[in-house]
Design a protein around this ligand. Structure first.
Ligand code: NAG
Ligand code: NAG
Ligand code: NAG
Ligand code: NAG
Length: 530
């Protein structure tokens, strides 16, 4: 008897224990920064004993025997230092004047993602190592939710029924919310690419509504339907609509946290794990950088425009403004600038270096402030250590990140086109002020104050989905309603009809009563006359 009890106890234990589950992770996007958000999660899942298979352009930094890697290297150009700053200096003056430059920039910024997605999707159809991996079984699948649903189509074709977790390296894309049944309301929710934190004015609400519908429409017709065609052509048969497959997502995890990114509605299946990529293990600081830090009397300002922008493409006059302004401060400056000497190039108080261990430097007590482009990774790192920022946003979610950080007293926002001696000086001076540094530390404390660390949260949710999968849905029932049902148009119409019928009946009754009165009145009058 004891023995049977013991065995069934063991069975229950093993059932709930998800060590060594089979995890498939599919990250076809070429942006290095996206990979940097997901890598720590993969590493931790591997450390916890799971059997992880990863398809990605960038290798995961673990011993090869611990992981099955499907290299997508060569599928597309890697997104590292590919953005030319000259493009941002020569904006159309007319568009700027009539205030549409920002809108055009948002559309341009996303439109390059379509060609990228279709090209990658075509190549993925016949990627032998991926095909081989898709023939195995898995307990859960992690897929990046960004500019493609090609992988969802492949999962369907290869009949992988495991629950799908979507990972986002930022906030939701305009086409993401409906996958988990989140009903958006553009009256207060911005699009990812907008320049504000939340729409406030009429114009901003107009913009967020129009842009949201435009991007949803664009994604459907410029990407999703074309990917569907690519898949159907390759396999020679019809498949389920990619949008329906997308609406089978079990869980979504976003690289945001409300203290920094602002409050937006959540669901059980929509989880914030902002800060998951921040790696506290000590990193190497090259001695020439450390020496420069050590010898600074008044502290150091860090300047970096991230991994995607090629800083050395900055136009000469802009570079001169930056150097002129920063040389007015008694603080030293470390600038990530590709075309520098091996041991850095010193220009007055500015040290230009090819590469920086960014988080390690931000943590350094000599570093006082950070001038960056508002990419979510760098901004998250700055929040984590409580160092205030000057944000010069360029594309994507950077403008809205900058607006959010400015609104909580963590940053000063200054647009790249508006950089001149005065604006830059003012911005840098204000982030070096005692108030701003205090405020940044406060924001940092709030940002850290959570039930569990973001990486632990992410691991917990992945394992929870492995444990219960489709049995314990996390999406909102709104996901299964169509537009008419969701906006209660049918109910509204029915109520309107009932109201109209009631009014008509009431009117008929009133008319009837009036007639009766009239008739009796007439009778009375007649009687009186007689
Ligand atoms: C991990 O999964 C892969 C693919 O399913 C399989 O080939 C491999 O043998 C597994 N490794 C272990 C240690 O179970
Ligand atoms: C947004 O919310 C308001 C107030 O609840 C509602 O009247 C409106 O219909 C909503 N808009 C959308 C697009 O859901
Ligand atoms: C969505 O997931 C459910 C649960 O596993 C499954 O029964 C259904 O077939 C899936 N729908 C599509 C369109 O794949
Ligand atoms: C910088 O200062 C730290 C602590 O004072 C010291 O340990 C380190 O060796 C110094 N590094 C250099 C390159 O001077």
């Amino acid at each position: 008897m004891m023995r049977i009890l013991f065995i069934s106890y063991l069975t229950i234990l093993t059932f709930n224990n998800v060590n060594c589950s089979r995890i498939l992770a599919l990250f076809p996007h070429t942006g290095k920064s996206h990979h940097m958000v997901f890598e720590p999660l993969l590493k931790t899942l591997i450390e916890r004993g799971h059997n992880v298979t990863v398809a990605s352009i960038f290798p995961v930094n673990v011993p090869p025997e611990k992981i099955t890697e499907i290299s997508l290297k060569g599928i597309a150009e890697e997104g590292v230092e590919t953005i030319d700053l000259a493009e941002y200096s020569e904006r159309n003056v007319f568009l700027r004047l009539i205030g549409l430059d920002d809108i055009v920039q948002q559309i341009e910024c996303l439109s390059v993602l379509a060609d990228m997605a279709l090209d990658t999707c075509t190549k993925l159809m016949n990627w032998p190592t991926l095909k081989k991996a898709l023939r195995n079984e898995y307990d859960v699948v992690l897929v990046e939710n960004f500019n493609t649903d090609c992988m969802l189509g492949l999962l369907h074709v290869y009949e992988i029924k495991a629950p799908v977790i979507a990972l986002l390296s930022s906030y939701l894309m305009p086409w993401s919310a409906e996958r988990i049944g989140l009903t958006e309301n553009f009256s207060y929710m911005p699009v990812l690419t907008s320049a504000f934190k939340n729409p406030n004015t009429f114009i901003e609400r107009l913009e967020s509504t129009v842009m949201n519908y435009y991007f949803k429409f664009w994604y459907r017709y410029a990407i999703q339907i074309k990917e569907q065609e690519i898949i159907e052509k390759y396999f020679g048969r019809k498949i389920v609509d990619l949008n329906d497959l997308a609406k089978n997502t079990t869980l979504m995890m976003m690289n945001t946290f409300h203290s920094l990114n602002g409050v937006k509605p959540l669901l059980p299946g929509l989880v914030e794990v902002g800060g998951m990529h921040v790696d506290e293990t000590k990193k190497y600081i090259p001695p020439y950088i450390e020496k420069f830090l050590n010898e600074s009397e008044h502290g150091v300002i860090l300047l970096s425009f991230g991994s995607l922008i090629k800083t050395s493409t900055i136009p000469k006059y802009k570079e001169e403004i930056i150097i002129r302004v920063l040389s007015k401060f008694k603080q030293r400056v470390i600038w990530k600038y590709e075309d520098s000497d091996e041991e850095g190039t010193l220009v007055g108080n500015i040290l230009k270096v090819r590469w920086i261990p960014q988080y390690e430097l931000l943590k350094h007590k000599k570093v006082l402030a950070f001038i960056g482009h508002g990419g979510l990774l760098g901004m998250t790192e700055a929040v984590s250590v409580g160092k205030p920022m000057v944000v010069v946003p360029f594309y994507g979610d950077q403008p809205t990140n900058a607006a959010a950080a400015a609104s909580i007293g963590f940053a000063k926002k200054i647009s790249y086109a508006d950089i001149n001696d005065d604006t830059l000086f003012e911005a840098v001076q204000s982030v070096l002020s005692a108030e701003m540094r205090l405020s940044a530390r406060l924001v940092s404390k709030m940002w850290h104050d959570r039930q569990s660390k973001p990486l632990d949260t992410a691991v917990y949710w992945v394992e929870r989905v492995i444990r219960w999968g489709h049995k314990d849905p996390l999406h909102s029932p709104a996901r299964d309603l169509n537009f008419i049902q969701l906006s209660l148009l049918d109910v509204g119409a029915a109520l309107a009809v009932i109201l109209i019928v009631l009014v008509l009946i009431l009117k008929a009754i009133l008319l009837l009563i009036l007639r009766v009165i009239k008739v009796s009145f007439n009778v009375n009058v007649k009687e009186k006359k007689h």
